[in-house]
Write a protein that binds this ligand. Structure first.
Ligand SMILES: [Zn+2]
Length: 98
């Protein structure tokens, strides 16, 4: 599993966000909440992003992917793969912690 550590949100400089070493900067959920609210028209992508809301709360990477999609209406194959992998990992972690 990737190493995780807490980093201060670069926008509000108040909240801490759980980040992996791959993320150079992070923005907290509160700061991104409005950006996550866009409407997805593509049925396939709607389904793709239809994961438990708390995953977006907990994971800055998932938020960034969704916001990226809402902005540019496309994702690279790499982004899609990474998103799926992260969701899978979170599901597995949730099972283990029960
Ligand atoms: Zn913030």
């Amino acid at each position: 599993m990737a190493l995780k550590y807490k980093q201060k949100c670069i926008r509000c400089k108040k909240n801490y966000v759980l980040a992996t070493s791959r993320q150079n900067y992070v923005i907290c959920y509160e700061c991104q909440e409005n950006e996550l609210k866009g409407n997805i028209k593509d049925e396939k992508m709607k389904k793709f992003f239809n994961i438990p809301h708390k995953y977006y709360k907990e994971n800055a990477f998932l938020r960034n992917i969704k916001i990226n999609y809402l902005k540019y209406h496309s994702l690279s194959e790499k982004q899609i793969e990474a998103f799926k992998k992260t969701v899978k990992q979170m599901r597995e972690d949730a099972r283990e912690n029960k």
